[in-house]
Design a protein. Sequence first.
Length: 295
Amino acid sequence: MKTFTPEELEERRGRIGSSEAASVMGLNKYCGPIALWLDKTGQVPNVVEETPQTVRGKLFEPWLLERYEQSCMAEGESLWCNSDDTITIHRDFPYIAATPDGGVRDHGATNFKRLVEIKTAGHRVAWKWGASRSDMIPPDYMAQVQWQMEVMDCDLCDVYALVDEEEKLYVVERSREFGQILLNQAAEFWAFVQNKEMPPADFSDEFVMAMSLRYPERKKPIEAEGELLEHCESLAASKVALDNAKERYALHRNKTLEAMGDAKTAYGDFGRVTLASVKGRKPYVVFKAKKEVAV
């Protein structure tokens, strides 16, 4: 994990970066708006956890930039690599920033004709990526590159990705409509940060933490009435539905394993089901949905 210096922390918390665009939009399942708000308002420790995926991405980035330069650039173009993580601030909104991996210019030009973003994706998430030369990238990455194009005022971004050990190029055009949505969401979110006002409740566990921080000392019980009563009744119904869903899931999981016989994995349009086994642990089932399935 990286621990920020007080100066780096202040700078980081003083703006929203492109890697946080998906969080602002509610597209990042690992860090939603509430988690980001807790960070920006200084209510959680100033650390960034490095996962195996992020470490892998950083290790592959220089090599993939070199591969991109070799295979995707035309004569007369030059590649700028953002090796020192230079931060660019939005021309109109000082709380919006971007740190693209690179950019392409014509020789002698000062403006970028397109940005470059490097990504890596293992086999478990390869299905989220479309065919090479398309713009079919995961929604959280789409928010990131659209954010970057908005900040850098650039109309094109090449996403060069190593997807399940295969190099692929994705060409993403700037959407000014999407860019405006990002700006609007960023302004709304930043108002919550500046006013230290918590964003509306969402489904994240971080909201529970935020409420605990807001009311560290809980008082006597209250009888549920009005809006609180409605929410309590909905919570009770949801809990019953969740318990029933867990039972249904367990039943269908076991019937699936029974039908699989000695196969390790079953796959199809629904996604993939695998019986995993790790030494010293109980066997467990991994289910990866490829798309929403009607129930």
